[in-house]
Write a protein that binds this ligand. Structure first.
Ligand code: HEM
Length: 141
């Protein structure tokens, strides 16, 4: 459950992300594929080499979806409803993978924002990403 404070901090953090959104999405995916190679099995139809345009374009979509959720912190479930259907019914992504991408996205934030990514931001954003993951996994049962 996101507190009012969490929501404020998440919105502040996203202001720092805006402008780098596409790049951060791309880097998070690149890290996920290198660090957790099992995640590549969901993308057999993608070129997964570093610098891949397909990954870049996918990173842009993922980051946009996160940005959309940041705008709807009071109703993430509704904001990501279509994506939730897609991941559960069509893609059948094992929900364990959501944590892996979340972890990679946080490393990207730490690398790029450095000290600006404060422990408070880390804590609030971690809760946010868990909430997103819960929504993407909620249709599985
Ligand atoms: C924070 C978590 C995630 C978000 C916000 C997210 C978001 C998205 C978005 C926006 C799309 C594009 C949907 C469309 O084109 O209409 C997508 C597609 C997809 N996602 Fe996710 N995703 C997440 C996690 C994951 C994870 C962890 C995996 C697997 C390891 C995954 C696998 C896929 C696949 C295979 C596609 C289809 C790609 C294609 O063929 O174009 N997603 N996701």
């Amino acid at each position: 459950m996101l507190t009012a404070d969490d929501k404020k901090i998440i919105a502040q953090l996203w202001e720092k992300v805006a402008g780098h959104q596409d790049e951060f999405g791309n880097e998070a995916l690149q890290r996920m594929f290198v660090t957790y190679p099992q995640t590549k099995t969901y993308f057999p139809h993608f070129d997964l080499h570093p610098g891949s345009e397909q990954v870049r374009s996918h990173g842009k979509k993922v980051a946009a979806a996160l940005g959309n959720a940041v705008k709807s912190l009071d109703n993430i479930s509704q904001a990501l409803s279509e994506l939730s259907n897609l991941h559960a019914y069509n893609l059948r992504v094992d929900p364990a993978n959501f944590k892996l991408l979340s972890q990679c996205f946080q490393v990207v934030l730490a690398v790029h924002l450095g000290k600006d990514y404060t422990p408070e931001m880390h804590a609030a954003f971690d809760k946010f990403l868990s909430a997103v993951a819960a929504v993407l996994a909620e249709k599985y049962r």
